[in-house]
Design a protein around this ligand. Structure first.
Ligand SMILES: Cc1ncc(C[n+]2csc(CCOP(=O)(O)OP(=O)(O)O)c2C)c(N)n1
Ligand SMILES: [Mg+2]
Length: 362
């Protein structure tokens, strides 16, 4: 079992090798479920490409590429039940899609607005940009469930850079001491903007950080969706059974730039990127499915066309939604605005041109 080892070791857990060969025990997944995973990975990549294109056209705000991390992000959300919580950063948009957040809501958010119709019933927190803060949120949600006796698990996901934040370490310590029903997942994509993984921590692996907190951990090939799915499934089961938290490091790679405001060519060796391109997570599952006759060329093309059509419809819907008033974010700060924030709101409105005023207030 991947997650019960005390020493997470240096060899990542793998079920599919980069050529799509089965090198571990096949999890119990139907052909339909495997095809669903594949479609969601294709959707995630196409969605990321589309938002980046919209940003270049001035139709979307800054966006962080998801490319290369599709196995990690689809695989980590797939084992969750509807009642489970998911607290993520901006790099796990595919996880939110799998858990049920509509594409149009996400597109609207990348127009720069807080979606008024954020689907609370999906139990996904709005994605977090402040690095690492979602991990204490996940532990808090897990503790709340534990206190009231709900069989609910919370999953918190962050990047390699976030592991250096106090929030990450405090949350892991609290989870260990109080045996919170939480799974803390680190998407180690090699980089935190321009800071490489080896400048982030001297620990041999980020999974190894769990030992110091008494939290069992696992190191997983994050480009292998079957290994990601199976490890998270086991960790969620442990948490739900009352056996406490797990830390999981998913080894993956950010093939694109950090965001649309970054140019990774300025600090990354192209040879490193090429080496990781050869471990493309989508190609890996595609080869596996093709070899098993679970995906014909025709079906593959159909999937490509259908994800594009789905994204087109979501963009149309999101672009038809009215913009929000520039000061509407004050509505989400606290139940009632203290005088200082009331003053700040009034000051902001002095700088807003009348044409920006009649936006929707939700
Ligand atoms: C508290 C905080 N400090 C700094 C930043 C600026 N910042 C945005 S992304 C980022 C790097 C995060 O790297 P990592 O955790 O590895 O996540 P990745 O972007 O690679 O998914 C930083 C420092 C921030 N958003 N929040
Ligand atoms: Mg990173």
């Amino acid at each position: 079992m991947a997650i019960h080892q005390i020493d997470p070791g240096l060899v990542p857990f793998q079920i599919l090798d980069p050529e799509g060969n089965l090198v571990g025990e096949m999890p119990a997944l139907s052909p339909e479920r495997l095809l669903y995973f594949y479609r969601m990975m294709r959707l995630a990549r196409a969605f990321s490409d589309r938002i980046i294109a919209l940003q270049r056209q001035g139709r979307a705000t800054t966006f962080g590429s998801l490319t290369g991390q599709e196995a990690a992000t689809v695989g980590l959300a797939a084992p969750l039940q509807p009642q489970d919580w998911l607290a993520t950063s901006y790099r796990e948009i595919a996880s939110l899609i799998v858990k049920g957040v509509p594409l149009s809501t996400l597109v609207y958010s990348f127009r720069g607005y807080t979606p008024p119709n954020w689907p609370a019933e999906t139990r996904c927190l709005p994605y977090q940009i402040v690095i690492g803060t979602q991990i204490p949120h996940a532990v808090g949600l897990a503790m709340a469930a534990k206190i009231v006796g709900d069989p609910v698990v919370a999953v918190g996901v962050c990047g390699d850079g976030a592991t250096s934040e106090g929030d990450f370490n405090e949350a892991l310590n609290f989870a260990g001491v109080f045996r919170a029903p939480v799974v803390i997942i680190v998407q180690n994509n090699g980089w935190a903007i321009s800071v490489p993984r080896h400048r982030q921590s001297a620990a041999p692996t980020l999974a190894a950080r769990g030992i110091g907190f008494g939290v069992p951990s696992a190191l997983v090939d994050g480009n292998d969706i079957l290994a990601v799915y199976e490890t998270v499934r086991q960790a969620v089961e442990r948490a739900r059974a009352g056996d406490g938290p797990t830390l999981i490091e998913l080894l993956t790679y950010r093939l694109g730039s950090h965001t649309t405001a970054d140019d990774a060519n300025r600090y990354r060796d192209p040879a490193e990127v090429e080496a990781w391109r050869a471990r493309d997570p989508i190609a890996r599952l595609q080869k596996f499915l093709r070899r098993r006759d679970l995906l014909s060329e025709e079906q593959d093309e159909e999937i490509g066309a259908s994800v594009l059509a789905e994204i087109d419809a979501a963009v149309r819907e999101a672009e038809a939604m009215p913009p929000m008033a520039p000061d509407s974010f004050f509505d989400y700060v606290s139940a009632s605005l203290p005088p200082r924030l009331q003053e700040q709101r009034a000051e902001l409105l002095r700088f807003v041109t009348p044409s920006q005023q009649p936006g929707e207030r939700h």
